[in-house]
Ligand binder design. Structure first.
Ligand code: FAD
Length: 561
């Protein structure tokens, strides 16, 4: 059994990584790398995965957080893509029903909008058919009155009616982390904050990497028969290091989301609506917040620091105010925001919005397998394709008894749950159990959606903190202890961003808990005061960036496409 995923065990995990020759080394701990790690480990390969920052810190925590069939791809006639991801939705929901939650979407029909009534009715029906949606989940067409009953905030003068259809929402970062933790249960060695700095080769073939630990600066070699580059937006950087950046290349498209308090846009259902420039964006309610996105603009700046400009947020505010005019959303309403890069495959003559979201695999002469493009929703299928290719490299070698792909049946950590009804019952049970500490039902909803049955491990840690602080802070500290000891949480941002999503969806909870979190981290991870000060500064900078925006420098002006 691999070492427990406690951040206190980083040195042991590094020793594990340097000692073993692996069958497969994956570079990149986003959903693509995480999905491959689980598939390959479950088939019986000896797998390692390294991530230069935190798991899911790249695009996989910056998406719209929908597990969706991609309605807009139907408009682009990408029928096969819509069918595949549509079917995947149902599978991914089954693998983690607490984390991939059914969400009804409202698609308003407006005068002069993208979709007419007939086209929407047929389009959504085809969408349901391709995805195998059944029974009451199938789309219904609503007239203007029925639409306003569901979303009274919609602009009335141009509203004609709507389509009401089924999608799923998730937490992209948690989905990634649970895949990685489940891969670890199948024996994979995984570590965050370790960068693949260079490749090592034998007889012209890639046979591993020189890795570098961000915290200690330690460099070490990891040996593997096959190396997969699942570095998302950084895929071409690694192809360049491997001297194999030829032919197709990545195109980075920036997508920004903004978050406002739920009371400023109190939607009950998600809305997918037209924007005056011909695009469509989402407004999605989530616990105590509503988020709006996304933009889709070409990006060629620093991949590690993606700026959010006033132009980006004004575009989203204008779009929301156009569709929800009584909300009068303003800059000061924005609590938080995030920006991510779509790692798309470049297509000559197409705009960012038009470029296909299909995934593609490149194999270099030296054997490096790179995968890019694709969607969060299709991660399992992408992983299957890559793992099939990896497995084919071992055909004929009899030291490995490999199983077939089985990830459609492997429930992710946080489960098992039979279905959403069982999740609901569990949530009710948690709601009752936390009542005695005066914790509101919202906390049960959050805990179960975030951690599933791992909520038990958090509640069992809660008592120890209740003696020292009020219940809300105690809960955050119990979460932190769990995340450090079981999920390799090694920085304050790992916790507030990827593990809990508080940076986006519960921003006001950070300031009152921050000093406790930093002090606890210092104690758990034996930081000196200098490290503590660095962590505090990094967190403050991130809090500042998420809620404050400057105009784009002239040459970088946000270009609408
Ligand atoms: P990433 O998540 O970026 O992972 C790559 C990882 O590799 C990073 O964490 C990075 O730090 C690491 N790395 C890079 N270089 C190195 C190195 N040298 N050593 C070690 N590690 C390294 N899809 C959906 O299905 N639904 C949606 O609602 C949706 N919305 C989206 C909205 C936006 C704005 C964007 C940008 C994308 C959206 N997508 C959506 C697409 C989806 O988010 C991406 O396809 C997916 O997250 C890509 O995952 P990835 O693992 O390939 O890349």
């Amino acid at each position: 059994m691999a070492t427990v995923l406690s951040a206190k065990n980083r040195l042991e995990i590094i020793n594990e990584l340097r000692q073993h020759p692996y069958d497969l080394l994956i570079i990149g701990g986003g959903i693509t790398g995480g999905g491959i790690a689980l598939d390959a480990a479950a088939r019986g390969l000896k797998v390692a995965l390294i991530e230069k920052d935190d798991f899911a810190s790249g695009t996989s925590s910056k998406s719209t957080k929908l597990i969706h069939g991609g309605l807009r791809y139907l408009k682009q006639m990408e029928v096969a893509l819509v069918r595949e991801v549509g079917q995947e939705r149902a599978i991914v929901h089954r693998l983690a029903p607490h984390l991939v939650i059914a969400e009804k979407m409202l698609l308003p029909l407006v005068k002069g909008g993208t979709y007419g009534k007939m086209a929407t009715s047929i389009g959504l029906r085809v969408y349901d058919l391709l995805a195998g949606v059944k029974g009451t989940d199938r789309r219904v067409m609503l007239d203007k009155r029925q639409t306003l009953e569901k979303a009274p905030q919609l602009r009335q003068d141009i509203l004609l009616g709507s389509g009401f259809y089924a999608e799923y929402r998730t937490d992209d970062a948690r989905l990634t982390i649970e895949n990685i933790k489940t891969a670890h249960e199948y024996g994979a060695t995984v570590l965050n904050h370790v960068k693949a700095a260079d490749f090592t080769q034998e007889n012209g073939q890639v046979r591993g990497v020189v890795a570098n630990c961000k915290f200690t600066g330690q460099s070490f070699e990891i040996k593997a028969s096959v190396v997969v580059n699942a570095a998302g937006p950084w895929v071409d950087e690694l192809r360049k290091k491997n001297h194999s950046l030829k032919g197709k290349r990545l195109f980075h498209s920036k997508g920004v989301h903004i978050v406002v308090p739920h009371e400023r846009l109190p939607l009950e259902h998600s809305v997918y609506f037209d924007v005056p420039d011909g695009r469509m964006i989402f407004a999605i309610p989530r616990h105590r917040a509503t988020y709006i996105g996304t933009t889709d603009t070409p990006y060629s700046g620093d991949l590690n620091h993606i700026p959010i400009y006033l132009e980006d947020v004004n575009y989203l505010l204008d779009a929301a105010n156009q569709m929800f005019p009584d909300a009068h959303l303003e800059l000061k309403d924005i609590e938080s925001s995030w920006a991510g890069l779509r790692p798309l495959i470049y297509e000559e003559g197409k705009s960012a919005s038009e470029m296909s979201r299909k995934d593609e695999i490149f194999v270099s002469d030296s054997g490096l397998i790179s995968i890019s493009g694709g969607k969060l929703t299709g991660y399992r299928k992408m992983a299957e394709k890559v793992t099939d290719l990896v497995v084919s490299k071992f055909s004929g070698s009899n030291h490995l008894q490999l199983k077939d792909n089985n990830t459609a049946h492997i429930q992710l950590k946080g489960g098992p749950f039979k279905d959403s009804r069982e999740v609901e019952a569990y949530q009710q049970d948690i709601t009752k159990r936390i009542e005695r500490w005066n914790l509101a039902p919202y906390h049960a909803q959050y805990l179960v959606a975030n951690y599933g049955r791992q909520t038990e491990a958090i509640l069992s840690r809660l008592a120890g903190f209740l003696e020292m602080t009020g219940p809300e802070i105690a809960l955050i500290r119990a979460e932190l202890q769990f995340c450090v000891e079981m999920e390799l949480t090694a920085t304050a941002l790992d916790f507030f961003d990827r593990r809990t999503g508080r940076l986006y969806f519960n921003y006001p909870s950070i300031t009152p808990s921050m000093a406790y979190v930093l002090k606890d981290l210092q104690r758990y991870l034996t930081w000196d005061d200098q490290r503590l000060a660095q962590e505090k500064q990094a967190l403050n900078e991130q809090l500042q960036q998420a809620a404050n925006f400057e105009a784009a420098p002239r040459q970088e002006s946000t270009q609408k496409v």
